[in-house]
Design a binder for this molecule. Structure first.
Ligand code: NDP
Length: 399
């Protein structure tokens, strides 16, 4: 039925390719293109399905992507390269009238700042071109927005407080590694924290607010308040929210190593001259850290990501918690990837399916919570990410 072009052959790209290949009734032709073609070739070969074509593309170069789109003619481009490529890829989609989706919002290379404003600004142009851009369809952002939409639709008349809680209780056995692209991950964590309260954003020092949160099947884990991109769109799309926060677990060792790296300047994005050549310390650090796609074998333990919501239903206070636990070993068995790549890649495939089967349709730029959550929620379990819910029970985050 549809041709899909996946850009980025990293940890997430491998899962998206694998999952699309397992749904041939929707994804009839698949191409995986990346900067390093050999990585795409390895992913295609490992699947032994013979259905994945590969190509080399520099997604920063709009003309190169346009040429690739014109030769393959996809119905949808799935961007699972890096956030830096969002705008050039959206430009290539506009030039060729191709639908677009991604799992992370744009951030400029030289400023560690992510915001939807750059991508939302494409709305009218996508609308005029008669195509859709679906933004942030991984797990967080992605499923967390869909969980919120599902809660708002079925369990509340008004939602008031949202806490997104993200725990990785897995152990990959490495001294220090990040579960998704190291450069993007470290830029995110070393930024100031930010949350929404009573109509305004409150900014706090990086990882300065933390508390133990009780995760299902895992127990209490110290969790740190971070700014995360879905807060921006959820606060806009659910104006009744009085407070919206995002929490993520980190082990003490991770925080200690990260603060040493920060103190000695290794996380800086300001170029320095090394042996007559300009290098960016964080990009050099990325080059020596393990790749996210290499962490799968031997990773043990679970992730738990969910949304805790309070609000009003039929005049009464109500609390609701919805979550998924994903096992690293099970994710590896299914796709050869660890659970962070898996929990991102599975919703990306299903979001693509929603768009291509017209369950989610419209012209313009949209965040996932703007669509009906029901068809997505009905299917996500069968693709590997079942969900659980609790109504009016003790919540993970003590309010
Ligand atoms: P990886 O670093 O493993 O993979 C990124 C891939 O993109 C690499 O193969 C890389 O190529 C390729 N790439 C980078 N620049 C270009 C370019 N200019 N042109 C073509 N290809 C390029 O990262 P992940 O797979 O872990 O993450 C992928 C994306 O998913 C990121 O944007 C990340 O933020 C997002 N993400 C979203 C989550 C969510 O829940 N919403 C959670 C986790 C990740 P090369 O190998 O040559 O470097």
């Amino acid at each position: 039925m549809a041709k899909v072009l996946i850009i980025g052959a990293g940890g997430v790209g491998a899962v998206v390719a694998h999952k699309c290949a397992s749904v041939p009734e929707v994804f009839t032709e698949i191409m995986l293109a990346s900067r390093t073609k050999e990585k795409a070739d390895r992913i295609a070969a490992a699947m032994d399905k013979g259905r994945i074509q590969t190509a080399k593309v520099d997604a920063d170069n709009v003309r190169e992507t346009v040429a690739l789109i014109q030769s393959f003619k996809p119905d949808l481009l799935i961007n699972v390269a890096l956030p830096y490529q969002d705008l050039p890829l959206m430009d290539a989609c506009l030039a060729t009238k191709t639908n677009y989706m991604d799992t992370a919002n744009y951030e400029p290379k030289d400023v560690a700042k992510f915001e939807y404003k750059w991508q939302w600004a494409y709305h009218d142009r996508f609308k005029e071109a008669g195509i859709m851009a679906l933004l942030g369809c991984g797990f967080d952002p992605g499923v967390t927005g869909i969980y919120t939409a599902y809660a708002a639709k079925h369990h509340f008349d008004e939602i008031h407080c949202l806490d997104i809680v993200d725990c990785n209780a897995g152990d990959h056995g490495k001294a220090f590694a990040t579960n998704f692209n190291p450069e993007i991950n470290i830029r995110e964590i070393t930024q100031k924290g930010k949350y929404w309260e009573n109509g305004q954003w409150i900014e706090v020092e990086p990882i300065s607010i933390h508390k133990p949160i009780n995760y299902p099947n895992i127990g209490e884990k110290e969790s740190y308040l971070l700014y995360h991109e879905e807060l921006e769109s959820l606060v806009k799309n659910y104006p009744t929210l009085k407070r919206a926060r995002f929490w993520m677990t980190f082990g003490q060792k991770y925080i200690t190593v990260l603060s040493v790296l920060q103190e000695i300047g290794m996380t800086s994005i300001k170029p320095v001259i090394y042996e007559g050549k300009e290098i960016v310390p964080l990009q050099f650090l990325k080059a020596v850290l393990p790749e996210p796609s290499s962490l799968g074998a031997g990773y043990r333990g679970q992730t738990s990501i969910g949304c805790q919501i309070t609000g009003i239903k039929e005049g009464k206070e109500q609390t609701y918690y919805i979550w998924n636990n994903c096992d690293h070993e099970a994710a590896f068995k299914d796709t050869g990837a660890q659970a962070i790549s898996y929990t991102t890649g599975v919703p990306a495939m299903l979001g693509a399916k929603m768009l291509l089967t017209n369950h989610w349709n419209g012209c313009g730029v949209f965040n996932v919570e703007e669509f009906d959550p029901d068809p997505f929620m009905a299917e996500i379990g069968k693709y590997g990410l079942p969900w659980n819910e609790k109504i009016n029970c003790p919540l993970p985050v003590n309010l």
